[in-house]
Every structure is written in structure tokens, then in C-alpha cells.
Design a binder for this molecule. Structure first.
Ligand code: AR6
Length: 176
């Protein structure tokens, strides 16, 4: 059977805790140290257990706009993809391109690891202060436009709160 074209990838929005999702890979909104933090990063490290931090120490950090992969340890997800989003500084410092880079690299890593399903939090939309409609539009457009390999067929945007959920729904309407 033919692989689905990128635009046929299933994109869905769910509200809830990403650490509970039984998908092949969840994405973490990390920082360049990859050694943990607050927000979704803290929640993922708590749920995955101490082996996640041990694995992250071996990665030696990650530049902003990119991502690295580890096992998921005690999580339902098999893998964690640690993406480092940009801090919002007003939009003139390449933030959009770096945010898009997180999504592209995460999709590539998921594809390489043989994942069919991946869930993203709203990277940079918490502590890093990105405007939510702008970030969710970049997330949706980057994932929808991501080219082959196309084994990653189901992408979940997992969010906390009504504002983020609505922003994803609007961004999805714009590409449909
Ligand atoms: N499940 C899904 N979404 C969540 C969860 C969860 N369990 N917890 C928070 N969110 P943030 P950032 C949402 O601040 O802006 C850390 O210290 C949250 O409501 O986690 O990329 C890192 O170590 C928001 O919409 O990440 C970095 O230093 C989104 O996830 C820094 O924060 C992202 O918020 C990264 O900041």
C-alpha cells in the first residue's frame, strides 16, 4: 500500500498531560542543558524516573532549534524527543525559524526511530514566553509540511489550557 502523503498525516489536538499519552514518542520542551527544568520538562522527568536524567547527561546538551532522542523509561511512550525551543525575544532574533527547526528535527528523529505516532507540547509557549497563536501556527504548518520519510502518520498536539487548545484548532483550520 502507498505511504500517505504528508498532508494525509493525521493531526489532532488533545487537552491534557502529555506524560500520560501512550504514543511512540513524546516531545519534551527542554533547554540547552537537557538536564531538566520546570513546566512540561519537569513533568516528563518525574514521570519517566531517574534513568531519564542519566540518559540526558550522556547527550551533552542540545542547541536551540534542534532535538535529541532518549528512551522513555517509565513513561507509556517508548521515546522522549528533547527539543529546545527559543526564548521569545520579540521575533527579530530568528525565533520562528528555530521553533520550526524543533518540529522538523523531532519529526526526523521520530521517523528514524520507526515511530508511527508522536505527541508535541506547545514548545516555547510557557516559560519561554512565545505568543501562542504564532507558535501553534508554526507547529501545525511545519508538521503538516514535513516531507518523507512518512512513517510518522499520527501527530498529537497535546496542550494545557483552553487558550492553547483553541489556537491549535484555529491553526489546523487554516491548513484545511
Ligand atoms: N503536558 C502537556 N503540556 C504541558 C504540561 C504537561 N504535563 N506541562 C506544561 N505544559 P513550558 P517552554 C504546557 O514552560 O515554554 C523548562 O524549565 C505549558 O502550559 O513547559 O518551552 C525547560 O527546562 C505550555 O503551553 O516550556 C526550559 O528551561 C507548554 O507546555 C523551559 O521550561 C510549554 O511550556 C522551556 O520553556
Amino acid at each position: 500500500m502507498a505511504e500517505p502523503a504528508p498532508h494525509e498525516r493525521i493531526l489532532r489536538v488533545v487537552e491534557g498531560d502529555i506524560t500520560r499519552l501512550a504514543v511512540d514518542a513524546i516531545v519534551n520542551a527542554a533547554n540547552e542543558s537537557l538536564l531538566g527544568g520546570g513546566g512540561v520538562d519537569g513533568a516528563i522527568h518525574r514521570a519517566a524516573g531517574p534513568r531519564l536524567l542519566e540518559a540526558c547527561r550522556r547527550l551533552g546538551g542540545c542547541p536551540t532549534g534542534s532535538a535529541k532522542i532518549t528512551d522513555g523509561f517509565d513513561l507509556p511512550a517508548r521515546f522522549v524527543i528533547h527539543a529546545v525551543g527559543p526564548v521569545w525575544r520579540g521575533g527579530g532574533e530568528g525565533e520562528d525559524e528555530r521553533l520550526a527547526g524543533c518540529y522538523r528535527r523531532a519529526m526526523a528523529l521520530a521517523a528514524e526511530a520507526g515511530c508511527a505516532s508522536i505527541a508535541f507540547p506547545a514548545i516555547s509557549c510557557g516559560i519561554f514566553g512565545y505568543p501562542i497563536p504564532r507558535a501553534t501556527r508554526i507547529a501545525v504548518q511545519t508538521v503538516a509540511g514535513f516531507p518523507a520519510p512518512e512513517n510518522v502518520t499520527e501527530v498529537t498536539f497535546c496542550c494545557f489550557g483552553e487558550e492553547t487548545t483553541q489556537a491549535y484548532r484555529e491553526a489546523l483550520r487554516e491548513i484545511r
